[in-house]
Design a protein around this ligand. Structure first.
Ligand code: HEC
Length: 270
Protein backbone atom coordinates (compact mmCIF):
# COMPACT_ATOMS: atom_id res chain seq x y z
CA UNK A 1 0.00 0.00 0.00
CA UNK A 2 2.64 2.48 1.15
CA UNK A 3 4.92 1.28 -1.64
CA UNK A 4 2.21 1.93 -4.24
CA UNK A 5 1.62 5.40 -2.90
CA UNK A 6 5.33 6.16 -3.07
CA UNK A 7 5.47 5.00 -6.68
CA UNK A 8 2.50 7.26 -7.50
CA UNK A 9 4.19 10.20 -5.82
CA UNK A 10 7.29 9.60 -7.90
CA UNK A 11 5.21 9.60 -11.09
CA UNK A 12 3.39 12.87 -10.41
CA UNK A 13 6.06 15.16 -11.93
CA UNK A 14 5.80 13.10 -15.12
CA UNK A 15 2.04 13.64 -15.35
CA UNK A 16 2.33 17.40 -14.97
CA UNK A 17 3.96 17.93 -18.37
CA UNK A 18 2.36 14.97 -20.10
CA UNK A 19 -0.18 16.83 -22.24
CA UNK A 20 -1.73 15.38 -25.36
CA UNK A 21 -0.57 17.52 -28.26
CA UNK A 22 -1.50 17.64 -31.93
CA UNK A 23 2.15 17.66 -33.02
CA UNK A 24 5.33 16.56 -31.21
CA UNK A 25 6.81 19.31 -29.04
CA UNK A 26 10.23 20.78 -29.72
CA UNK A 27 12.76 20.71 -26.91
CA UNK A 28 13.54 23.98 -25.16
CA UNK A 29 16.15 23.99 -22.40
CA UNK A 30 15.74 27.22 -20.38
CA UNK A 31 18.83 28.97 -19.02
CA UNK A 32 18.08 31.41 -16.20
CA UNK A 33 21.76 32.36 -15.90
CA UNK A 34 21.60 33.91 -19.36
CA UNK A 35 20.50 37.39 -18.29
CA UNK A 36 20.89 38.83 -21.80
CA UNK A 37 18.42 36.25 -23.12
CA UNK A 38 15.93 37.04 -20.34
CA UNK A 39 16.24 40.77 -21.04
CA UNK A 40 15.68 40.27 -24.77
CA UNK A 41 12.70 38.03 -23.96
CA UNK A 42 11.18 40.71 -21.78
CA UNK A 43 11.75 43.36 -24.47
CA UNK A 44 9.92 41.25 -27.06
CA UNK A 45 7.14 40.52 -24.58
CA UNK A 46 6.57 44.17 -23.66
CA UNK A 47 6.63 45.25 -27.31
CA UNK A 48 4.59 42.52 -28.95
CA UNK A 49 2.51 40.71 -26.33
CA UNK A 50 1.74 42.84 -23.28
CA UNK A 51 -1.03 44.85 -24.96
CA UNK A 52 -3.13 41.67 -24.99
CA UNK A 53 -1.49 39.39 -22.40
CA UNK A 54 -1.04 40.54 -18.81
CA UNK A 55 1.65 39.26 -16.44
CA UNK A 56 -0.38 40.20 -13.41
CA UNK A 57 1.33 37.95 -10.87
CA UNK A 58 4.67 39.64 -11.50
CA UNK A 59 5.89 43.15 -10.60
CA UNK A 60 8.05 45.47 -12.72
CA UNK A 61 10.45 46.08 -9.85
CA UNK A 62 11.10 42.45 -9.03
CA UNK A 63 11.59 41.67 -12.72
CA UNK A 64 14.01 44.58 -13.17
CA UNK A 65 16.03 43.47 -10.14
CA UNK A 66 16.12 39.80 -11.11
CA UNK A 67 17.06 40.55 -14.71
CA UNK A 68 19.65 43.16 -13.81
CA UNK A 69 17.83 46.07 -15.50
CA UNK A 70 18.26 49.50 -13.81
CA UNK A 71 14.88 50.89 -12.70
CA UNK A 72 15.10 54.09 -14.76
CA UNK A 73 15.91 52.17 -17.98
CA UNK A 74 13.04 49.80 -17.26
CA UNK A 75 10.57 52.69 -16.84
CA UNK A 76 11.84 54.52 -19.93
CA UNK A 77 12.10 51.67 -22.40
CA UNK A 78 9.99 48.75 -21.25
CA UNK A 79 6.98 50.13 -19.38
CA UNK A 80 4.51 51.63 -21.84
CA UNK A 81 1.68 52.25 -19.38
CA UNK A 82 2.19 55.91 -18.29
CA UNK A 83 0.24 55.38 -15.06
CA UNK A 84 2.34 52.39 -13.94
CA UNK A 85 4.84 52.78 -11.11
CA UNK A 86 7.93 50.60 -10.78
CA UNK A 87 6.30 48.67 -7.92
CA UNK A 88 3.11 47.92 -9.90
CA UNK A 89 1.90 44.55 -11.09
CA UNK A 90 2.46 43.97 -14.81
CA UNK A 91 -1.20 44.12 -15.68
CA UNK A 92 -2.74 45.61 -18.82
CA UNK A 93 -6.00 47.37 -19.65
CA UNK A 94 -7.61 44.96 -22.11
CA UNK A 95 -10.77 43.58 -20.50
CA UNK A 96 -11.82 39.98 -21.06
CA UNK A 97 -15.17 41.08 -22.51
CA UNK A 98 -13.64 43.36 -25.12
CA UNK A 99 -11.07 40.71 -26.01
CA UNK A 100 -13.80 38.11 -26.49
CA UNK A 101 -15.59 40.42 -28.92
CA UNK A 102 -12.40 41.04 -30.89
CA UNK A 103 -10.77 37.62 -30.92
CA UNK A 104 -13.49 35.19 -29.85
CA UNK A 105 -11.46 34.31 -26.74
CA UNK A 106 -9.72 36.24 -24.00
CA UNK A 107 -5.90 36.18 -24.12
CA UNK A 108 -4.79 34.28 -20.99
CA UNK A 109 -2.47 35.82 -18.41
CA UNK A 110 0.96 34.39 -19.20
CA UNK A 111 2.78 34.71 -15.86
CA UNK A 112 2.37 31.03 -15.04
CA UNK A 113 1.80 29.76 -18.55
CA UNK A 114 4.96 27.64 -18.86
CA UNK A 115 4.18 26.09 -15.46
CA UNK A 116 0.59 25.27 -16.33
CA UNK A 117 0.62 24.16 -19.92
CA UNK A 118 3.16 21.68 -21.24
CA UNK A 119 6.29 23.44 -20.02
CA UNK A 120 8.48 25.89 -21.96
CA UNK A 121 8.72 23.43 -24.87
CA UNK A 122 4.98 23.80 -25.48
CA UNK A 123 5.25 27.57 -25.68
CA UNK A 124 8.35 27.31 -27.91
CA UNK A 125 6.54 25.01 -30.33
CA UNK A 126 3.33 27.08 -30.30
CA UNK A 127 5.08 30.30 -31.29
CA UNK A 128 6.76 28.56 -34.25
CA UNK A 129 3.66 26.76 -35.51
CA UNK A 130 1.56 29.53 -37.05
CA UNK A 131 0.78 28.99 -40.72
CA UNK A 132 -1.17 30.72 -43.45
CA UNK A 133 -4.86 29.80 -43.52
CA UNK A 134 -7.16 32.14 -45.46
CA UNK A 135 -10.26 30.59 -43.88
CA UNK A 136 -9.38 32.06 -40.46
CA UNK A 137 -10.28 35.65 -39.42
CA UNK A 138 -6.64 36.76 -39.14
CA UNK A 139 -5.44 34.61 -42.04
CA UNK A 140 -3.41 32.28 -39.80
CA UNK A 141 -3.93 29.04 -37.97
CA UNK A 142 -1.70 27.11 -35.61
CA UNK A 143 -0.64 23.47 -35.86
CA UNK A 144 -0.45 23.03 -32.11
CA UNK A 145 -3.57 25.04 -31.23
CA UNK A 146 -6.10 24.52 -33.97
CA UNK A 147 -8.32 27.54 -34.79
CA UNK A 148 -6.52 29.74 -32.31
CA UNK A 149 -8.05 33.21 -31.79
CA UNK A 150 -4.67 34.95 -31.62
CA UNK A 151 -3.25 36.69 -34.69
CA UNK A 152 0.38 35.84 -35.58
CA UNK A 153 1.84 39.01 -34.10
CA UNK A 154 5.43 38.13 -35.07
CA UNK A 155 4.55 37.48 -38.71
CA UNK A 156 6.75 40.35 -39.94
CA UNK A 157 9.73 38.87 -38.14
CA UNK A 158 9.19 35.23 -39.02
CA UNK A 159 7.61 35.50 -42.46
CA UNK A 160 4.76 33.49 -43.93
CA UNK A 161 4.69 29.77 -43.18
CA UNK A 162 2.64 27.38 -45.29
CA UNK A 163 1.71 23.77 -44.88
CA UNK A 164 3.89 21.84 -47.23
CA UNK A 165 2.19 19.54 -49.72
CA UNK A 166 4.21 17.14 -51.82
CA UNK A 167 3.81 14.12 -54.07
CA UNK A 168 5.28 11.07 -52.39
CA UNK A 169 5.12 7.38 -53.35
CA UNK A 170 1.92 5.72 -52.19
CA UNK A 171 2.45 2.83 -49.78
CA UNK A 172 0.34 -0.32 -49.67
CA UNK A 173 -0.95 -1.80 -46.42
CA UNK A 174 2.04 -4.16 -46.27
CA UNK A 175 4.45 -1.21 -46.45
CA UNK A 176 5.56 -1.75 -50.04
CA UNK A 177 5.22 0.86 -52.79
CA UNK A 178 2.02 0.70 -54.82
CA UNK A 179 2.75 0.19 -58.54
CA UNK A 180 0.58 0.77 -61.54
CA UNK A 181 -0.38 -2.74 -62.83
CA UNK A 182 -0.01 -1.65 -66.49
CA UNK A 183 3.12 0.49 -66.54
CA UNK A 184 4.80 -0.92 -63.41
CA UNK A 185 5.65 2.63 -62.26
CA UNK A 186 5.17 3.59 -58.67
CA UNK A 187 2.03 5.55 -57.89
CA UNK A 188 2.35 8.76 -55.92
CA UNK A 189 -0.16 10.71 -53.87
CA UNK A 190 -0.26 14.22 -52.47
CA UNK A 191 0.45 14.49 -48.75
CA UNK A 192 0.18 17.67 -46.73
CA UNK A 193 1.93 18.20 -43.45
CA UNK A 194 2.71 15.41 -41.04
CA UNK A 195 5.66 13.42 -42.36
CA UNK A 196 7.24 16.09 -44.53
CA UNK A 197 10.34 18.03 -43.68
CA UNK A 198 11.12 21.20 -45.54
CA UNK A 199 12.89 24.46 -44.94
CA UNK A 200 11.05 25.90 -41.98
CA UNK A 201 9.65 23.60 -39.38
CA UNK A 202 8.32 20.23 -40.35
CA UNK A 203 5.64 20.06 -41.70
CA UNK A 204 5.64 23.78 -42.43
CA UNK A 205 7.63 25.56 -45.10
CA UNK A 206 8.66 29.19 -44.90
CA UNK A 207 7.99 31.42 -47.90
CA UNK A 208 11.40 32.92 -48.73
CA UNK A 209 11.82 36.65 -48.38
CA UNK A 210 8.65 37.30 -46.36
CA UNK A 211 10.28 37.65 -42.93
CA UNK A 212 12.81 40.10 -41.55
CA UNK A 213 14.68 37.43 -39.61
CA UNK A 214 16.41 34.23 -40.65
CA UNK A 215 15.13 30.94 -39.31
CA UNK A 216 17.85 30.84 -36.64
CA UNK A 217 17.26 34.45 -35.59
CA UNK A 218 13.52 33.84 -35.23
CA UNK A 219 14.18 30.71 -33.17
CA UNK A 220 16.39 32.79 -30.90
CA UNK A 221 13.64 35.41 -30.40
CA UNK A 222 11.20 32.66 -29.39
CA UNK A 223 13.81 30.93 -27.23
CA UNK A 224 14.35 34.22 -25.34
CA UNK A 225 10.59 34.71 -24.93
CA UNK A 226 10.18 31.16 -23.63
CA UNK A 227 13.12 31.66 -21.28
CA UNK A 228 11.55 34.88 -19.94
CA UNK A 229 8.17 33.22 -19.37
CA UNK A 230 9.93 30.28 -17.72
CA UNK A 231 11.43 32.85 -15.34
CA UNK A 232 8.07 34.54 -14.57
CA UNK A 233 6.53 31.12 -13.90
CA UNK A 234 8.75 30.78 -10.83
CA UNK A 235 10.91 33.84 -10.16
CA UNK A 236 12.42 32.38 -6.98
CA UNK A 237 13.71 29.25 -8.68
CA UNK A 238 17.34 30.37 -8.78
CA UNK A 239 17.36 31.62 -5.19
CA UNK A 240 15.85 28.38 -4.05
CA UNK A 241 18.41 26.28 -5.87
CA UNK A 242 21.28 28.38 -4.52
CA UNK A 243 19.98 28.22 -0.92
CA UNK A 244 19.22 24.51 -1.34
CA UNK A 245 22.91 23.76 -1.83
CA UNK A 246 23.80 25.54 1.43
CA UNK A 247 21.05 23.67 3.25
CA UNK A 248 22.35 20.33 2.01
CA UNK A 249 25.93 21.26 2.91
CA UNK A 250 24.75 22.29 6.37
CA UNK A 251 22.87 19.01 6.83
CA UNK A 252 25.93 17.01 5.77
CA UNK A 253 28.09 18.95 8.24
CA UNK A 254 25.49 18.68 11.01
CA UNK A 255 25.17 14.93 10.44
CA UNK A 256 28.77 14.38 11.62
CA UNK A 257 28.03 15.96 14.99
CA UNK A 258 24.65 14.28 15.39
CA UNK A 259 26.28 10.97 14.63
CA UNK A 260 29.06 11.56 17.21
CA UNK A 261 26.53 12.69 19.81
CA UNK A 262 24.35 9.66 19.08
CA UNK A 263 27.36 7.45 19.59
CA UNK A 264 28.08 9.06 22.97
CA UNK A 265 24.47 8.56 24.13
CA UNK A 266 24.19 4.97 22.95
CA UNK A 267 27.29 4.07 24.96
CA UNK A 268 25.13 4.24 28.08
CA UNK A 269 22.82 1.48 26.80
CA UNK A 270 25.52 -1.18 26.57
C1 HEC B 1 -3.85 41.18 -30.44
C2 HEC B 1 -3.87 40.49 -29.19
C3 HEC B 1 -2.76 39.50 -28.91
C4 HEC B 1 -1.42 39.74 -28.94
C5 HEC B 1 -0.69 41.04 -29.25
C6 HEC B 1 -0.80 38.51 -28.52
N1 HEC B 1 -1.73 37.55 -28.27
FE1 HEC B 1 -1.39 35.69 -27.57
N2 HEC B 1 -3.39 35.32 -27.54
C7 HEC B 1 -4.37 36.22 -27.92
C8 HEC B 1 -5.66 35.60 -27.78
C9 HEC B 1 -7.00 36.25 -28.08
C10 HEC B 1 -5.43 34.28 -27.31
C11 HEC B 1 -6.48 33.22 -26.98
C12 HEC B 1 -6.62 32.34 -28.17
C13 HEC B 1 -7.70 31.31 -28.04
O1 HEC B 1 -7.97 30.83 -26.92
O2 HEC B 1 -8.24 30.95 -29.09
C14 HEC B 1 -3.99 34.16 -27.17
C15 HEC B 1 -3.36 33.01 -26.73
C16 HEC B 1 -2.01 32.91 -26.48
C17 HEC B 1 -1.36 31.79 -25.88
C18 HEC B 1 -2.06 30.62 -25.30
C19 HEC B 1 -2.29 29.47 -26.16
C20 HEC B 1 -2.87 28.38 -25.29
O3 HEC B 1 -2.22 27.37 -25.20
O4 HEC B 1 -3.92 28.59 -24.68
C21 HEC B 1 -0.03 32.07 -25.81
C22 HEC B 1 1.07 31.20 -25.25
C23 HEC B 1 0.16 33.37 -26.38
N3 HEC B 1 -1.06 33.86 -26.78
C24 HEC B 1 1.38 34.00 -26.47
C25 HEC B 1 1.56 35.26 -27.01
C26 HEC B 1 2.85 35.90 -27.13
C27 HEC B 1 4.17 35.32 -26.68
C28 HEC B 1 2.63 37.10 -27.70
C29 HEC B 1 3.66 38.12 -28.09
C30 HEC B 1 4.66 37.70 -29.03
C31 HEC B 1 1.20 37.23 -27.90
N4 HEC B 1 0.58 36.08 -27.47
C32 HEC B 1 0.59 38.36 -28.42
C33 HEC B 1 -4.17 37.51 -28.33
C34 HEC B 1 -2.96 38.13 -28.48
Amino acid sequence: MIKNMLILLLLIPGFVFAVETAIPLDEMEPDLNDKASLQRGMKTFMNYCHACHSLKYQRYQRTADDLGIPHNLMMEHLVFDPSAQIGALMDNVLSDDTAKQWFGAAPPDLTLYTQLKGGPGYFYTYMRSFYEDPTRPFGVNNLLFENVGMPHVLLDLQGVQRKVCKDIPKLAANGGEVRDPLTGESVSEEKCGEELIERGYSPLGLVEGTGQLSLEEYDQVIYDLANFLYYTGDPSRQDRERIGIYVLLFLAFFYVFTHLLGREYSKEFH
